[in-house]
Design a protein around this ligand. Structure first.
Ligand SMILES: [Zn+2]
Length: 305
């Protein structure tokens, strides 16, 4: 007959082991992606298109520790008091241990782009803000400008054709808007930024539409070709003309939009244009956060879903 004390000890030992395995498994699920991302970062740079719902936000992490943020998504889920920033971008930054930014780019003053940016400027060390420079009378945008002023953050207001060197291997090129070409529409005046890392380039078109696309084709066509494209205006049919997509001819395209969004983004017309150009399409509404790694020669993609 088994000794009841030994039997109990065995049972406690078994329970402790099961608990330990559960803890280790949950820790690995949480930390493994971050470790993997760090490993990739050692070899080049990682560009993450964050799933912020209906909005835009991308984080560029460059070998050596430079971090760039382009837009910050909404602060609140539209029509609610639920904090979208906390549940999306802030959570991602914490998980990936991104704690400060060398550059923060505000493409244009709509809430789905700058909503979360003021929270970033208030709560994270930021060296420089790159602003489109066109005044807009919204509370959010004024709050952003006041935060920049109060925190004495350095501001750059670039124009089309200007270049900003980040490191030996990385630079930013601004492709729109031009000083002499201001549009009536805020979306059209979005800051278009090309990020170049060695031989690989990423084009961030924010919410520009046909007018700005036409201007870029006419004036800066040679600079449009890019390996990765952040598709304009969440896949709206007011952007991504066939001519523009042809000029960019991206290998990969990322559409940043919310699941079941009320605007029906991305629109079928845009998906058709992208398909005709044979670019592989990733969508944050379907794939979650889309992460593109490059060593400066090739690109690989990882998706959250
Ligand atoms: Zn937008």
């Amino acid at each position: 007959m088994a000794n009841p004390v030994i039997k109990n000890k065995n049972r406690i030992w078994l329970i402790l082991n099961i608990c330990l395995i559960i803890i280790l498994l949950s820790l690995s699920v949480y930390y493994f992606p971050a470790l993997l991302q760090r490993y990739d970062l050692e070899k080049g740079c990682v560009v993450s298109f964050i799933d912020v719902g209906q909005g835009d936000s991308a984080v560029i992490q460059i070998k050596g520790g430079t971090n760039i943020l382009i837009d910050g998504g909404e602060l609140f889920y539209p029509g609610t008091q639920k904090n979208s920033f906390k549940r999306t971008l802030k959570k991602w930054l914490k998980k990936n241990k991104v704690r400060e930014f060398d550059l923060v780019i505000a493409t244009h003053p709509h809430s789905d782009h700058i909503g979360g940016l003021t929270e970033i400027l208030k709560n994270y060390p930021v060296t420089t803000v790159i602003d489109h420079g066109y005044l807009h009378e919204s509370f959010l945008y004024k709050d952003l400008l006041n935060t920049v002023k109060n925190k004495r953050i350095h501001v750059i207001k670039p124009v089309a054709g200007q270049e900003l060197k980040i490191s030996e291997d990385a630079k930013l090129l601004f492709l729109s808007p031009a000083k002499e070409n201001v549009f009536d529409d805020l979306n059209e005046n979005s800051l278009v930024t090309k990020f170049i890392y060695k031989n690989i380039s990423f084009l961030f078109t924010a919410d520009v539409g046909y007018d700005a696309e036409r201007w870029m084709i006419k004036n800066l066509e040679d600079y449009l070709k890019s390996d990765v494209l952040k598709v304009g205006h969440h896949g709206s049919s007011t952007s991504s003309s066939a001519l523009f997509i042809k000029a960019v001819s991206p290998k990969l395209s990322v559409i940043s939009c919310g699941r079941n969004n009320p605007h029906n983004h991305p629109e079928v017309q845009v998906l058709d244009v992208l398909e005709n150009e044979n670019t592989k399409v990733f969508r944050t509404d379907l794939h979650g956060t889309v992460t593109v790694f490059t060593d400066g020669e090739d690109v690989t993609v990882k998706t959250e879903k």
